[in-house]
Write a protein of this length. Sequence first.
Length: 387
Amino acid sequence: MTGQAGPAAHRSGSHRWAAALFVALLMALLPALPVLPATGARAAVTRAADTKPVVTLSTQQAGKGGEITVKGGGWRPKALLMILICGRSTTDRGVIGGTNSCANAEGRAVTTDARGAFRKKLPVAEPPVPCPCVVHVATVTGEQAAADAVFVVAGHPIAPLPKETGGGRLAVLATTRLEGDSGVLTWFGAPPARRLVFTVGNLGSASVKDPVFEIGTAHGVFAPQWEEQQWRGTIGSGRKARIELPVELAAGAHGDYQVSLRYGGKVLAEQPWGVGRPWGVTLFWILLCLVVPAAVFRIGMAVVDKVRPRSSRAPGRAGRHRPPGPADATAKIPGAVRIPGRRRARGPAADPVAGATDGPAATTAVLPWFTPDSAPSENRPTTKGHS
């Protein structure tokens, strides 16, 4: 009994030791498990903080005709970007004057990868305004984002930036929107029109009276066309105002447009605008292409019918088909003579073979199967009853 119980007790003791060791290891790992999600959360927060778009250059200075490599990170994945060299710009104040201060013809477009990074070679060109210059990178579609990197165009003139006038500083406080609707005339090519509505606040120390804003409209990747719009009123320091400015496109405009708001050389807001196609114009041209050829064809056929000889006209044009009458039947009978100037008697008693008498008052013809000798008479006896 003792020899049999010894091995069983040994095995049960080893099992208890293994279970105790497993529990000890589990208790040792439990405090470390919450640390892993916390570390992942901190890494996610760090990545979110680093999502601000950045731009780096292979070199900070180059002359016209050279080439630099532009790299970027922190952008939206699969976003379309435009890379430009702009003058009269700094990383603090941005591009003063918008893309009109940039070398647009030598700009390049690039699409970010799945991680929001890109790499693109950019030819060095002189902007239309003096330096200081930057390499300006901005999104073309979708959510707006931009980043600048300081760059020096060797040999290009340098001029100080324009001073900021006044102590007032306006900023957009709410999301801009386009209000209004297109009428029936817009469907036929009339200029689309809207009202750009936004709220601005004066963050400066002085009041702003009758501010002059610039409204820019851009189609596709083209630079916006700016138009000055003055708002009548005064915005005191620390106060805000709701402003409405008219926006109008060219006649027949359609597609995706970008409306930009600029004040003091700085872009305050951008608003996309999708304009429908004027299908009324298309319908008009389709009808014109159908009606004009049909009218020309009808006029041409009428002219041809007038100028061609009468003998070559179709029977239906010369007159309707007339069934043969008594005169035509007489002309077909052999031996029948038609006397000019005489009219035949109409009616079933007229005989086309015997013809009419010479007298002008004759209106009937003698029946061919009756003769004076063979006609029945009251005085002539019959053969009935006689031998």
